[in-house]
Design a protein around this ligand. Structure first.
Ligand SMILES: [Zn+2]
Length: 304
């Protein structure tokens, strides 16, 4: 699963490019997606291409990506992106879901899944700061999940997942600052299952935002409550940096000038400061963290 954020798309296009109308965020995310489509075959694994939080003011970004998916679908029968998240949790529930439904109708025509948000994920990520939000909004109500399920389920071929807040936050904080209540997801499933009464005890597919820093116990409990995807950003960011940090520490004396190191004052250091060396160390450290996440999520060797 590869996720592009609006800020990530802009970064890929280049931070100096004008982004007044989200053109850099659109072009960068499309370029990244095309890169993934091109190289994914070499890894011999299926890849899900997703985009992260899109609030109301950012919808033109998704409009640009959807247009690219529609074009790609016409040529290949597949969308460019597998799924998009719309985060309209700042808006009143009815407005949130009616906009989501409008988009799901378009997504469904090209096999794109919708991830929507209920309640507010706390913390701060990608320039959106929810650190001061009223704590009652961090916990979704079962009635809200049921309302959304009913509305979105009316869309033919509509596929959707729900990022319901249960005290989860973006970022990693000192212990005691996050009060995770995955029982909220359990209660919501039970509520919907009773309403539907069709034998399915987990009708809603949930997404766990803010997985960084979570205990394996909370992760496993969330999976039991019907979580099918966990977002992990802050921990992977740290792992990437930690790999670069360790590389610099190991080769410090070879990284202080272009020429001259402990072996000889005349020796060039190019092979140490080539950016690919430190960036590769970051990738390796991040890959190790992702393997740990896959283990935490019971997601090892499940594709065979
Ligand atoms: Zn999130």
């Amino acid at each position: 699963m590869v996720t592009f954020s609006k800020g990530g798309g802009q970064f890929i296009a280049g931070k100096s490019v004008n982004n007044d109308a989200d053109q850099a965020s659109i072009a960068g995310a499309i370029a990244g997606a095309k890169h993934v489509h091109e190289v994914a075959a070499l890894y011999n694994v299926p890849v899900v291409l997703h985009t992260d939080h899109c609030q109301k003011a950012w919808l033109p970004w998704i409009d640009g990506l959807l247009a690219a998916s529609e074009e790609h679908f016409e040529k290949t029968g597949e969308p460019l992106f597998s799924s998009h998240m719309l985060d309209l949790s700042e808006e009143p529930l009815e407005e949130n879901i009616s906009i989501c439904k409008e988009y799901l109708e378009k997504f469904a025509k090209v096999n794109i899944l919708l991830e929507f948000e209920l309640g507010v994920t706390g913390g701060e990520e990608d320039g959106v700061d929810n650190t001061d939000v009223d704590s009652s909004r961090l916990y979704t109500q079962p009635e809200e999940v049921w309302y959304s399920y009913q509305q979105l389920n009316e869309v033919p071929n509509g596929m959707f997942t729900c990022a319901a807040s249960f005290g989860n936050v973006h970022g990693v904080y000192a212990p005691g600052n996050v009060d995770l209540q995955p029982v909220i997801l359990h209660n919501s499933q039970k509520y919907i299952a009773e309403k539907l009464d069709d034998g399915n005890d987990k009708p809603m597919r949930f997404v766990f935002h803010g997985g960084s820093g979570s205990s394996v116990k909370d992760i496993r409990y969330a999976i039991e409550a019907g979580v099918v995807k966990m977002n992990i950003d802050t921990d992977t960011q740290w792992a990437f940096w930690d790999g670069i940090r360790a590389y610099e520490a190991e080769h410090h004396d070879y990284l202080q000038g272009q020429i001259g190191n402990p072996d000889s004052p005349d020796k060039p250091n190019k092979k140490y400061y080539d950016p690919r060396m430190s960036l590769r160390a970051g990738e390796e450290a991040m890959a190790a963290r992702l393997i740990q996440a896959a283990e935490d999520l019971n997601c090892v060797n499940v594709l065979n």
